[in-house]
Design a protein. Structure first.
Length: 133
């Protein structure tokens, strides 16, 4: 179910979101390792059996990664980049839709940006900024 987040709601959800993000990131890293292993396997004298086994592990890891992203996005956040650690929470500022922006490593939601501007357009949330719903 879709909903807009207030800054307080986003901060309350953040610990759970961080855990789910870290799980998705771990699955992404697992996919990357298996992709590298598969490439090495192609250039060595491994048997077809070894290659197929690695390929099947990769297929399973890709499925687990996408499932982890789905679980993460079911919290209401939007993944902008797993690699860069960027997530956005839909919000409103007055009547305009905006994103509350979080980057991996941050412990709270401190920034927002307009719909059409990304990470580079982040603006700090003022302590008394009641314009964000």
């Amino acid at each position: 179910m879709f909903s807009y987040f207030t800054t307080s709601e986003a901060n309350l959800a953040l610990p759970d979101v961080i855990k789910k993000f870290e799980f998705a990131l771990a699955k992404k890293n697992e996919v990357s390792k298996l992709e590298q292993h598969l490439q090495v396997s192609l250039s060595t004298t491994n048997t077809f059996e070894e290659y197929v086994t690695i390929k099947q592990k990769l297929n399973s890891a890709v499925t687990q990664f996408y499932e982890a992203v789905e679980v993460l996005e079911n919290t209401g956040v939007v993944v902008k980049s797993i690699e860069q650690g960027l997530l956005d929470f839909p919000s409103k500022r007055f009547d305009e839709e905006v994103w509350l922006c979080w980057k991996y490593g941050e412990t709270e939601i401190k920034f927002w940006h307009e719909k059409d501007s990304g990470f580079m357009g982040r603006k700090p949330i003022e302590v008394s900024d009641e314009s964000l719903i």
